[in-house]
Design a protein around this ligand. Structure first.
Ligand SMILES: Nc1ncnc2c1ncn2[C@@H]1O[C@H](COP(=O)(O)OP(=O)(O)OP(=O)(O)O)[C@@H](O)[C@H]1O
Ligand SMILES: [Mg+2]
Length: 224
């Protein structure tokens, strides 16, 4: 089942009088349960692609069907429901709220998603952070903060998880631990994952690799 279908999408940014074309005629589809890596040099448009596919940024032309409906025809209200319930986003820099403890950081996502609070402990357990539920972000290591950010992205049980270099700030050991969590989410819970990485060693965790170069798809390879 296809859950994202991008057809000839372009994205431009205007800076003063210059128009920069960041994404150029990007066409591909993502099926439910794929684990897609997006790779490519710095500045090739990886983050922009994730932002556009997840509705954080507009696209300039082309078509994106997200859950079978053109993304830019969702109303603001529909889009916020999708963001709260159907997609989760994990950022490289965690983006936890400093004056909320671990539990409350995750709880905030539940409240915004109008969901039941029952799931919070289970998600914290899943990322092995339950015993740190009373800690504040500045009392945690980077790997721990990233695990809380993953719990927050998961807590409303989204179908798609976008992750922009979620291991970029972590050492090798913490990076592998975080990747094991994503692998389980994909394999055991059937989540669709779209992840940007610079680290070619991680690609083995995925099912497909899309390589961007200068805003275009250079290659798109199924791993198995
Ligand atoms: N808000 C913006 N306004 C103008 N230009 C932007 C904006 N965001 C990104 N760009 C430009 O788009 C291009 C692609 O940026 P993007 O962040 O998608 O690259 P990336 O592949 O994620 O790079 P990195 O690996 O360094 O994170 C860059 O040239 C960048 O300058
Ligand atoms: Mg980026």
């Amino acid at each position: 089942m296809i859950i994202i279908k991008a057809d000839k999408i372009t994205k431009t940014y205007s800076i003063k009088k210059n128009i920069n074309i960041i994404l150029k005629n990007i066409t591909f589809s993502i099926k439910k349960n794929e684990f897609v890596f997006v790779v490519g040099p710095s500045g090739s448009g990886k983050s922009t692609l994730l932002y556009v596919l997840s509705g954080i940024e507009d696209y300039s032309s082309g078509s994106i069907l997200l859950f079978d409906k053109e993304l830019n025809t969702y109303s603001d209200k529909e889009m916020s429901i999708i963001r709260q319930k159907k997609i989760g986003f994990v950022f490289q820099s965690y983006n936890l709220i400093p004056n909320l403890n671990v539990y409350d950081n995750v709880k905030l996502a539940v409240i915004l998603g109008n969901n039941k609070l029952d799931n919070i402990n289970k998600c914290l357990e899943q990322v092995k952070m339950l015993e740190y539920k009373d800690y504040y972000p500045n009392q945690l290591s980077g790997g721990m903060q990233q695990r809380v950010a993953i719990a927050r992205a998961l807590v409303n049980d989204p179908e798609i998880i976008f992750a922009d270099e979620p291991t970029g700030n972590l050492d090798n050991k913490n990076g592998i631990e975080v990747m094991e969590i994503f692998k389980d989410l994909n394999k055991k819970l059937g989540k669709t994952i779209i992840m940007v990485t610079h680290n070619v060693d991680l690609i083995k965790f995925g099912t497909r690799v899309i390589e961007l170069f200068d805003g275009k798809i250079l290659s798109d390879e199924k791993l198995y």
